[in-house]
Design a protein around this ligand. Structure first.
Ligand code: KG4
Ligand code: ZN
Length: 351
């Protein structure tokens, strides 16, 4: 429960969180990479406004996200997404800016120039409406995407797979979580994007590779599953194996769909083996998947198969898998223990 008076932003002490005893409306802003997003969420679960402005088209021409261009696009979009979120909340629930309990923004990890735009907007809103402000960790927010429109309660085991991270997290309570395994080199999304580039797919590579994989033979090529201690992962060897395979065709036409399917099969099996081991050791019966790669068809399929073994599986719908602000609002409600002040800084990575 958060009941700390925020000296800089709020004249009145405000209590927020599941035990506050009244309805909380949190407006959040997300701008850590290439989506400018704003959302308003009631009591951490009920999404009453959700707006995302994607920059995919801009970055596609460069084959990846260019940080300086991304930051400038956030500046162009930020006021538009905020206005639209307020409009949606008013139309759908009669909520006005004065009804917002607190304003939240993603503080990191992410691209610093991009984060600055969203976090400063959230601070400005808090100052303008004299409400508390909360800085949110983007990775925790991805996990909290699973609280949206569900009745999920901890404890559970989570697999967080994004462009920058691959982690198995033991979520013991709303505010207490422990990373028990992570990648020692490339993140899953990064591996997807690099392999996609190797076989000549345009940006964004991950979803395109996934689509082609669904039409290929997953057992066409035997690719190596890295052996790493405990619950950790490694994907750089697999990426090199795909590179070798691609080179072996020496300019001849490649069976692209089969290569994609074989890569996808290896990645999804590796993730599932470790996740299952963590579940068995913990004794938890609930499992959650989060992060942009949680949109992947085969990873979702394999995790949902765990339902046949008695586990309850949660995976956010696609719109809450990739970057969005509703997950940030949910995280501010469930996962933070204090309000933050105007000196809260953005951070590029977690050390
Ligand atoms: O979480 P996210 O939106 O951004 C961060 O990294 O924080 O994740 C983006 C990553 C990219 O690497 C993208 O290629 C990957 O998620 N991705 C996918 C799929 N959809 C998005 N990878 C594989 N299959 C997909 N369907
Ligand atoms: Zn993300």
């Amino acid at each position: 429960m958060k009941n700390i008076k925020n000296k800089l932003f709020s004249k009145e002490p405000v209590t927020i969180g599941p035990e506050s005893g009244y309805d909380n409306y949190i407006m959040a802003i997300e701008s850590s990479c290439d989506e400018t997003a704003c959302a308003i969420v009631k009591n951490g679960r009920e999404v009453i406004a959700n707006v995302v402005a994607s920059q995919i088209k801009t970055h596609a021409q460069f084959g990846g996200v260019i940080p300086e261009i991304a930051a400038r696009e956030h500046l162009d979009s930020i006021n538009i997404v905020i206005d639209e979120a307020f409009k949606q909340a008013n139309e759908c629930a009669g909520i006005n800016p004065q009804d917002i309990t607190a304003f939240a923004g993603t503080a990191g990890p992410g691209l610093v120039g991009c984060l600055l735009v969203g976090l400063n907007a959230a601070k400005t809103l808090a100052l303008t409406y004299d409400k508390p402000f909360i800085g949110v960790n983007h990775l925790n927010a991805h996990l909290c995407g699973n609280y949206l429109d569900t009745d999920l309660k901890p404890p559970f085991m989570a697999l967080l797979v994004s462009g920058g991270h691959t982690q198995i997290i033991d979520v013991k309570s709303y505010s207490e979580q422990k990373i028990i395994g992570e990648t020692v080199d490339d993140a899953v999304g990064e591996a997807y994007d690099k392999v996609a580039r190797l076989i000549g797919l345009p940006y964004p590579g991950g979803p395109r590779l996934d689509k082609l994989a669904q039409e290929g033979n997953p057992h066409a090529f035997k690719l190596p599953e890295a052996r790493v201690d405990g619950y950790n992962f490694s994907f750089s060897g697999l990426k090199t194996a795909v590179l070798r395979l691609v080179k072996s065709f020496d300019g001849q036409e490649m069976p692209v769909k089969d290569i994609c399917a074989s890569f996808q099969e290896t990645v999804s099996s590796t993730l599932l083996h470790k996740l299952k081991k963590a579940l068995e050791t913990s004794g938890y019966k609930q499992v959650v998947i989060a992060g942009g790669v949680a949109a992947n068809s085969e990873i979702r399929k394999k995790i949902f198969n765990l339902e046949n073994e008695g586990y309850k599986v949660f995976a956010p719908p696609m719109k809450y898998c990739t970057d969005n602000a509703a997950m940030v609002a949910s995280c501010a409600y469930f996962n933070t223990n204090t309000f933050d002040d105007v000196n809260t800084e953005v951070f590029s990575r977690v050390n």
